[in-house]
Design a protein around this ligand. Structure first.
Ligand SMILES: Cc1cc2nc3c(=O)[nH]c(=O)nc-3n(C[C@H](O)[C@H](O)[C@H](O)COP(=O)(O)OP(=O)(O)OC[C@H]3O[C@@H](n4cnc5c(N)ncnc54)[C@H](O)[C@@H]3O)c2cc1C
Length: 307
């Protein structure tokens, strides 16, 4: 069967795209290894519009149920797209189970994966004081002490997000100068809540049920020190899952797919991208969802040759 649209991913972008594609009566197929996306691991999402507070698990279940309630969309869960090739006017995708899917258009919503520190305690204390999204989780640090690990723009932004909430913020950076933009650096340096620790390599995050501290080594003196903190924000970047469409579309230096932000079109005719896999400035559930809706509406017009 030749599908109108193949949606790759089952996070907020993919599910929103799937719902809209079904409602537009497109012959649609959505392939994802799992539902919910990156915030699945979050205990408490407080900014998904319409929900004052919801766990990542419950949100994933609701998204999946909403998608499955639509008529006419084929959902292939537990399967990944391993490659996509252009074949004349259509696209041929291969899945991890060996299936071959042919579609007129592709909506790539495969998201990204946050880089991890890979130190003891990080995995065990994820969402129990170890966080990867400051916009989402800064309010949890109200009147508490937090550490941010990193030195680029995302780490600086995390510190800025924390300033209104935390009573003290340590910024642990492996070098002796920051990489992020000057305006944000100034904001941070002006705050008496922020202490920058230079040449600091994180070695461990400690705590049993929740985070109690962070251990770092001074890379010059090799001395180890523990800071008492209740939260650790790991902001050392993320890797977009854009390898599947290697060679088909233009990407930026960070591997994000470059899109036209009015329509979500990529440089390859017939391929759209939305959410964290794209070069969208702010990585958030609501934004990913909205951008995928925009993409599907544009795909619908494209398929009907209205453009
Ligand atoms: C710990 C954490 C907490 C967060 N909390 C919040 C929050 O509270 N509020 C908020 O707004 N944002 C939050 N974010 C950010 C938010 O999760 C992301 O912006 C959002 O998930 C991006 O959605 P997406 O659909 O673009 O991609 P993703 O959520 O990354 O979803 C991508 C989907 O594609 C699937 N996939 C990947 N590769 C393939 C493939 N080859 N084939 C098939 N499927 C594939 C994945 O399994 C996944 O289902 C958080 C992020 C993290 C890491």
């Amino acid at each position: 069967m030749l599908y109108d649209i193949l949606i790759i991913g089952g996070g907020p972008a993919g599910v929103s795209g799937g719902i809209y594609a079904a409602r537009k009566k497109m012959r649609a197929v959505l392939v994802t290894d799992a539902f919910g996306g990156q915030s699945f691991v979050s205990d408490d999402i407080q900014n998904w519009i319409g929900e004052i507070s919801i766990s990542g698990y419950d949100l994933a279940k609701k998204m999946e149920a909403h998608l499955r309630a639509q008529e006419g969309i084929e959902v292939r869960e537990g399967e990944e797209i391993v490659s996509v090739k252009k074949a004349g006017g259509t696209f041929i995708a291969e899945t991890s189970k060996g299936a071959v899917i042919e579609a007129k258009t592709i909506l790539l919503t495969s998201g990204s994966k946050r880089k991890k520190l890979g130190v003891p305690g990080e995995k065990e204390l994820e969402s129990k004081g170890v966080f990867y999204c400051s916009i989402c989780d800064a309010p949890i640090m109200k009147d508490k002490t937090a550490a941010v690990v990193g030195g680029g723009n995302s780490a600086l932004e995390a510190v800025v997000d924390l300033i209104p909430y935390a009573k003290k913020i340590y910024l642990l950076h492996r070098r002796d100068e920051l990489k992020g933009d000057a305006v944000t650096q100034d904001k941070i340096k002006k705050s008496d809540k922020v202490e920058i620790i230079w040449n600091a390599e994180t070695k461990e995050i400690v705590g049993e049920k929740t985070v109690k501290g962070i251990v770092y080594e001074d890379m010059k003196t090799k001395e180890k020190r523990t800071l008492d903190v209740e939260g650790v924000f790991v902001e050392i970047g993320s890797v977009p899952s854009s390898h599947i469409i290697e060679g088909l579309v233009e990407k930026n230096k960070g591997g994000e797919v470059i899109v036209d932000h009015k329509t979500q079109r990529t440089s390859c005719e017939g391929v759209w991208a939305a959410g964290d896999v794209s070069d969208v400035l702010y990585k958030q559930n609501n934004i990913s969802s909205g951008d995928a809706v925009k993409a599907v509406l544009n795909i619908h017009e494209y398929l009907h040759k209205k453009i």
